[in-house]
Design a protein around this ligand. Structure first.
Ligand SMILES: [Zn+2]
Length: 157
């Protein structure tokens, strides 16, 4: 599976003080290195490095299923994740909440589950057996924070 980082242009706009989903400037904090996942490089922000806290709506437009919630990104430039397979940021918790969505950004009911980190790639792949599912969002199992998105592979059914 390919895990999408947030778009670099969007992250750069926040770093320049641009508004978040609530119309507010991002807050700045210093990482303690423990559980501060950046949604751009998809790694934990290292201890002692600054990061931004902001509200993000990872959907195209406001609608009932378009949840807004808190996320972190590195305050300094970082390289967008582009690797294959599970990014480092999805190996720091024992489990994650995954949810399938339709192409019009509605929850595909029945696809949501809390799954073990060790099996997350297979669990996401299985969601694409359901023809309704256009993408799968990964969120924190305990705080519901958006982590990353996997789009339907082009070679999948
Ligand atoms: Zn980063």
């Amino acid at each position: 599976m390919r895990y999408d980082p947030l778009p670099t242009d969007l992250v750069r706009a926040w770093r320049a003080g641009g508004p978040d989903a609530n119309g507010q400037a991002p807050k700045r904090a210093t990482s303690d290195g423990d559980g501060v996942p950046c949604r751009h490089c998809l790694r934990d922000v290292p201890q002692g490095r600054d990061y931004l806290i902001l509200a993000h709506r990872p959907f195209g437009a406001p609608q009932p299923y378009a949840e807004v919630g808190p996320i972190f990104v590195c305050a300094e430039d970082c390289a967008a994740w582009e690797g294959d397979g599970v990014p480092p940021v999805l190996t720091t918790s024992p489990d994650y909440l995954i949810k399938g969505y339709s192409a019009d950004e509605r929850i595909a009911y029945g696809t949501g589950a809390v799954v073990a980190a060790a099996g997350i790639d297979a669990a996401i792949a299985a969601r694409f057996d359901d023809p309704r599912v256009a993408f799968v969002d990964v969120r924190s199992a305990r705080n519901n924070c958006f982590q990353t998105r996997v789009r339907r592979p082009t070679n999948a059914a």
